[in-house]
Each structure stands twice: as C-alpha cells, then as structure tokens.
Design a protein around this ligand. Structure first.
Ligand SMILES: *Cc1c(COP(=O)(O)O)cnc(C)c1O
Length: 392
C-alpha cells in the first residue's frame, strides 16, 4: 500500500478561474484601484458575514493580522503579551515585531493552555494571544472570564481554526479580534493571505490604515467615515495588503468550507478511533464545548522511550508518511526552545514534555476513508515495530 500524499492541496474551485482571467486581462490587481467591489473588498464582506462579525480586514498573512491586531490595540512599548508556549514561531515573532514582549504560558498534554499558569501570569499582561494550535481550542469560557475580569484584551490566533466552534460560537469571534490564515496548509488555500475580524470600529479603523490604506483609500472599507477620519495621518503604514488575485482565489472557497470541515472531521475521528485502540497512542479528546475543523491529527506516544519515539517517526518515514514529533524533529518551528530570537528559553517542563511525545500528521479533508485507513495502518504498524525492536 503506498501512503497517500498528505501535502497536496485540493484544486481551487473553477469559479476562481473567470475572475482571475478577468484580473489578468485588465491588470487590476491592486485592491484600491476599482471604485467598488474589488475582489479583496468582496472577500472581506463575505468573510465578515460568514463569521457574523461586523468588520473584516484581509491582509498578506495571519502573522500580519496578528501584528496589526497588537498595533491596533495601541499597547505601550514592551507591553507583556501572553502566548501559549505551544504555537508556531510566527506568533512570538509578531509580538516582537509589534515591540511587545511575549510571555510563554505552559500547555498541557492535551495541547491546550494550562489555565493555572495562565491565571498566574495574567496580572502582568497587557494583552493575550490565544493560539488555537492545530485547531485545538483552549477553554475559552475560562479564558474570557479571567481576561474580562482583568480588563485584558484577547486576540484569537485562529489561523488554523476556520470552521471550529465553541458552544456553537465561531472560533475567532470570541475575543476582541480574531486572525485567520489562507496559507496553503490551512483549510482555505491562497498560498499566502490572512484576515482579521472584529466588532470594534476603532480597532479595525486603525488596522486598516496601518495595513496600508493611505490617503482616503479607506473609503472603500465598510467602516463609518467619522471613525476612519479620527485616525487619518496618525498612524504608520506597514503595507501588508492582500492582492486582488488572492482575494479572487479565496472567495470561491468560502462555500466549500462546510464540506471541508465535515470531511476533515470525519477523517480525523476515523483515524483517532483507530489510533486510540493502541496502548501506545492517545488522541486527546476535544473539550465538550468544542466542535473541531481538523485538517491534521495530533496524538501522544505513551509508554515509549526517546529511542522508541524516534524509531516510530523513522518507521513512518520509511513507509512514506511524514509523522513529526514536535520536540524531536530538528529545528521544529513549534518547539519553543528553537525560538532563539527571544533569548534564553524559559523553563516550561510541562510543554516540553508534551512536545517530546506529541506527533503531528497532516490529514487533509480531500482524503478518502480508504486513504485514512492506510495512514492509520502505517502509524499503528510503526508503533508496534518501534516498541518491539527497542524493547525497553
Ligand atoms: C499557520 C499559522 C500561523 C501563521 O499563519 P501565516 O498566514 O502563515 O502567517 C499562525 N498561527 C498558527 C496557529 C498557525 O497555524
């Protein structure tokens, strides 16, 4: 059985082609040239409606959206921003870029924020970024209760969470601002791209200007003119805009989202049930309030030594499946000790222990259940080989 390709993307819907052809023929690639209805503006309108948010701002990446969110909050220089210690290197990078100081919070074996460490560190923080890493949702009720009581704004890094809900609320709409990614490994693929959503007119106005709406181009955004005018000429322009080509490629994928979420969940839950039958593999369950939208699966190797853990990853690779243990693959961008640009790594034993046993496998929505069974077979076989060959 050859392993299915877990990196290939779905084709972009045909509906994108006519619009891309029109854009190429006219050269109308800049979002602010057309008097109205530019593809990026239409994407913002549709995405805001999809999320039930008042405002959306499309930008060049989710990292850019996180950076602009922090800048839009007008935090003082060196403000402390809590982030989970289990996230992608771009998140602490966005904090540093915004002249703030990232404070790493412990995460548990279930990949979610450790609320005790979070509550302990919150009093020193001026903002919080909650990364729903790989779509795993931390307890948003507890987090919002703590942050609301402390008056600390919450930015949701929902880069990988489009389609996930928490108590039937859409992830990315629970905090003050939500940021999403359209990079190719996410549920909606434009190669690159990001978007932020919020209900706060002043916040989005500041983000719009800083994203590069110079002079009065902001008039092409659906934000009250008096709010926009308040911020005129007061803010730097970072020019993190999205191209019309990307807008045209993203927008026809929005109607595909429900199906992708359904298929992604089916694939994830099918593989999870099979892996959980092994004594050496545990897929942490979703929290009760959470309905996930997975395009990958994470599981912990249990009762295995470091040698066995590495033997497991090699056995998967030998069978054609890329299965990365976050903490054991070289230079992994999700292992906090590799973020050397922050200085010395803090002591976070709980997150470190999780990263040393947590395995990451892509499981795109386009795979069939037959494909998923091949992947589950490879993982299960690799786990038994690794434990048998290197008996403790
Ligand atoms: C992908 C990802 C990002 C970065 O998104 P870009 O659009 O590539 O900048 C940030 N956070 C998380 C949790 C991600 O999965």
């Amino acid at each position: 059985m050859t392993c299915p390709d877990v990196t290939a993307s779905e084709p972009i819907p045909d509906a994108a082609l006519a619009e891309v052809t029109r854009l190429l023929a006219t050269g109308d690639l800049f979002r602010y040239t057309a008097p109205e209805n530019a593809p990026v503006a239409l994407l913002e309108r549709d995405f805001a409606a999809l999320m039930g948010s008042t405002y959306a701002l499309a930008v060049s990446s989710c990292s850019a959206a996180l950076f602009l969110s922090l800048k839009a909050l007008a935090l003082p220089v060196n403000a402390r921003v809590l982030i989970p210690a289990f996230t992608f290197a771009a998140v602490p990078s966005a904090v540093v870029h915004a002249d703030c100081v990232p404070i790493l919070v412990e995460c548990g074996a279930n990949y979610r924020l450790d609320l005790k460490d979070f509550a302990a560190k919150l009093p020193s923080a001026e903002a919080v970024i909650i990364s729903h890493m790989r779509g795993h949702t931390s307890d948003m009720d507890a987090i919002m209760a703590l942050c609301d009581a402390a008056g600390v704004p919450v930015i949701e890094d929902a880069a990988h969470s489009v389609g996930t809900t928490w108590n039937d609320r859409k992830i990315g709409t629970i905090g003050k601002i939500g940021c999403f990614s359209f990079q190719s490994y996410k549920m909606i693929n434009a190669g690159e791209g990001g978007i932020l959503v919020t209900d706060d007119a002043d916040l989005v106005a500041r983000a719009i200007i800083m994203s590069g709406a110079y002079e009065h181009t902001w008039m092409k955004h659906a934000v009250p003119a008096d709010v926009m005018a308040r911020h005129q000429n007061k803010l730097p322009l970072y020019n993190l805009r999205l191209s019309n080509l990307s807008g045209a490629i993203i927008r026809p994928q929005l109607p595909e989202l429900d199906r992708r979420v359904r298929d992604g969940r089916r694939n994830h839950d099918h593989v999870a049930a099979r892996l959980n039958a092994s004594p050496n593999l545990i897929v942490p369950p979703a929290l009760p309030a959470e309905a996930r939208a997975p395009d990958s699966i994470q599981f912990n190797l249990v009762g295995m030594t470091d040698t066995q853990t590495r033997a497991f990853a090699s056995a998967c690779a030998a069978k054609g499946l890329k299965a990365q243990i976050f903490g054991q693959s070289t230079d992994n961008a999700r292992a906090f000790w590799n973020w050397q640009f922050l200085g010395d790594a803090p002591d976070l034993p709980q997150t470190r222990a999780m990263l040393m046993r947590a395995c990451d496998v892509r499981l795109p929505a386009r795979l069939s259940l037959k494909d998923c069974d091949i992947i589950a077979d490879i993982i299960l076989t690799a786990a038994s080989e690794a434990t048998a060959q290197h008996a403790a």
